[in-house]
Design a binder for this molecule. Sequence first.
Ligand SMILES: Nc1ncnc2c1ncn2[C@@H]1O[C@H](COP(=O)(O)OP(=O)(O)O)[C@@H](O)[C@H]1O
Ligand SMILES: [Mg+2]
Length: 278
Amino acid sequence: MTIQASTVNRAADSPKIHGVNVVFDGLSKTYETREGGEVLALGRTDLTISPGEFVAIVGPSGCGKSTLLSLTAGLAGVTAGRITIDGEEVRRPHPTMGVVFQTDLLLYWRTITDNIMLPVEIKGWDKRKYLPRVTQLLEQVGLAGFGGKYPNELSGGMRQRVAICRALVQEPRLLLMDEPFGALDALTREQMIADLQDMWMSLRNTVLFITHSIEEAVFLADRVLVMSPRPGKIDLDLKIDIARPRSWKSLGDQKFINYMGEIRAIFESRGILSKASA
Ligand SMILES: Nc1ncnc2c1ncn2[C@@H]1O[C@H](COP(=O)(O)OP(=O)(O)O)[C@@H](O)[C@H]1O
Ligand SMILES: [Mg+2]
């Protein structure tokens, strides 16, 4: 299974880089708790993501990773600062965005095909035109023939793959992924990571990929942002200078080992990873 870009949604003269530019400017987020208190979930964040860049974010649980993602997705409002996508302030979900959450969030009353079609339907596009794309995506994630089934007939890993198809159906210029592979078995996960790299290499969209796996981050990203414990702030902005396509074999290469070591050292210095587990 290989996730490839189709040509459904791209003009013949589309530029090589399909992704958007994302800027976080003095961003922060405070939640109000039900008890009337306040939680500073995301400390001041300034960041520029270039069009077509693949950015991974790693950080301890509760440091504000999902918060950063939902703010970027326009699903929650900022407390201070602003986010712009291609120069326009985010106030609602961006029209060319695809999102994969930690849980699959499939609609149980819809078939797999109709779940994947949701973004197409919301935009009022012609669903028939996208049927071959859906079939192709299902094939690529190893779910050929499952289009007519319902979510409760699939395993957790299969449902998460459907959620990934749903995010990719419209070839998003901005792809936001929140620990998308956490629920997958190890082999499927390795395959999906490699496939995501292939997809990105052919589509060159902007990807914000959240993970707690240092290995996933270094494998996939052009740039790894390491966040501090809550209130999360970006502690390290590490450029990953490793040629693509990267393979699981190359995880043993010295460059990989050095990058992973650099990230682990930060976690260790904060007591998040013990030397034994690292
Ligand atoms: N809707 C909410 N209301 C109150 N607090 C929240 C809400 N969402 C998240 N938080 C708190 O904000 C912090 C960051 O959460 P989150 O962004 O989910 O972290 P992460 O994804 O890194 O685990 C946590 O302390 C969490 O409890
Ligand atoms: Mg989270």
